[in-house]
Design a protein around this ligand. Structure first.
Ligand code: IPM
Ligand code: MN
Length: 354
């Protein structure tokens, strides 16, 4: 099959982790006879420096004209420490999500047997954890009206949802649950927030169409606790934008490192695949960052973006093999720590040979 891939490495460790995923994608494409064409685009701080815009039109065009997008990370401390910066790298990511209509962000958490002792939680709590969070990605407080009033002395950010926005993400939640253990948990703050109460209304109404799915609700504070205390109790979580952002960082460390968690963003136009971690500027250029989250995002790209299951599976198997062989970066190493590029090379070679 002909595959047109847009590659947006971004800032910090973005380029080096994306490079490792490209190695895996190339190896898989060669193995299964796909005609892979990829083209790079600029985003984030790098794009602000070059053209003054963190998501330039040319990059958007490239994404729109591709089958799938592979994304690294954006963010730069130069902007974080400057509250009055007019444009920020993260705005690029938000614009990209909005313009591509990526309303659903799929973030799975799965533990690797060989890494259980790296988890901050006890073995019996982590072993066998397997759930997925579906985070709404193009609305809520991230995209509501924001500003200052009272001569700049009061600031506000509005959280707003339409029923349509809730319906489309809930639909995906039910569909995921149907393909899994048929358990759907809606996370909200319905004891306080009107958006959450409307979310429950919509969810309740829709659950009639999915009688096999056991749906329950959790307040977000309680969910944060249970993800740590009883992560095995979850199958599919569906939640709004900011709750999903926070809970998925929390959930990702269950596996032993933030550097292991991939994600898929899907919606109206081209789907996008990216690790859930950020640009980790302290490690940029050092060849020490964990490329696994990005390589697993490439696996998700084959699964959810190109519907090629064997290609997805072989990448996942290669990742598991690398961990079992101890070919891992310093964040999860028990013995020798390998470089980012060495892990990428090893995984690509494993794919070629297996
Ligand atoms: C994420 C990131 C982004 C978010 C930032 C970089 C804007 O934390 O993808 O989870 O908050 O959505
Ligand atoms: Mn986040």
């Amino acid at each position: 099959m002909k595959i047109k891939l847009a590659v947006l490495p971004g800032d910090g460790i973005g380029p080096e982790i994306v490079e490792q995923a490209i190695k895996a994608i190339k190896a898989v494409s060669k193995k299964f006879g796909h005609d892979l064409n990829y083209e790079y685009g600029i985003t984030g701080a790098g794009a602000i420096d070059k053209v003054g815009n963190p998501y330039p039109d040319e990059t958007h065009e490239l994404c729109m004209n591709s089958d799938v997008v592979l994304f690294g990370a954006v963010g730069d401390p130069r902007f974080d420490n400057n509250p009055s910066a007019k444009v920020r790298p993260e705005q690029g990511l938000l614009q990209m999500r909005k313009k591509l209509g990526l309303f659903a962000n799929i973030r799975p958490v799965e533990t690797f047997k060989s890494l259980i002792n790296k988890s901050p939680l006890k073995r019996e709590i982590v072993e066998g954890v397997n759930f997925v969070t579906i985070r709404e990605l193009t609305s809520g407080i991230y995209f509501g009206e924001r500003g200052r009033k009272d001569n700049g002395n009061t600031a506000f950010d509005i959280c707003q949802y339409t029923k349509e926005e809730i319906k489309r993400i809930m639909k995906l939640g039910f569909e995921f649950a149907m393909k899994r253990k048929k358990k759907l948990t809606v996370v909200d703050k319905a004891n306080i927030l009107e958006t959450s109460r409307m979310w429950r209304e919509v969810a309740q109404e829709m659950s009639k169409d999915y009688p096999e799915v056991k749906m329950d609700y959790l307040f977000v504070d309680n969910a944060a606790m249970r993800i740590i205390q009883w992560p095995k109790s979850f199958d599919v979580i569906v939640t709004e934008n900011m709750f999903g952002d926070i809970l998925t960082d929390e959930a990702s460390v269950i596996t032993g490192s933030l550097g292991l968690s991939p994600s898929a963003s899907m919606g109206i136009h081209t789907s996008l695949f990216e690790p859930i971690h950020g640009s980790y500027p302290q490690a940029a250029g050092k060849d020490i960052a964990n490329p696994i989250a990005t390589i697993l995002s490439a696996a998700m790209m084959f699964e959810y973006g190109l519907y090629l299951q064997k290609e997805n599976e072989i990448i996942r198997k290669a990742v598991t093999a690398s961990m079992e062989a101890g070919i891992v970066t310093e964040d999860i190493a028990t013995g020798k720590a390998y470089k980012t590029s060495e892990v990428g090379d090893w995984i690509a070679k494993w794919i070629e040979e297996n």
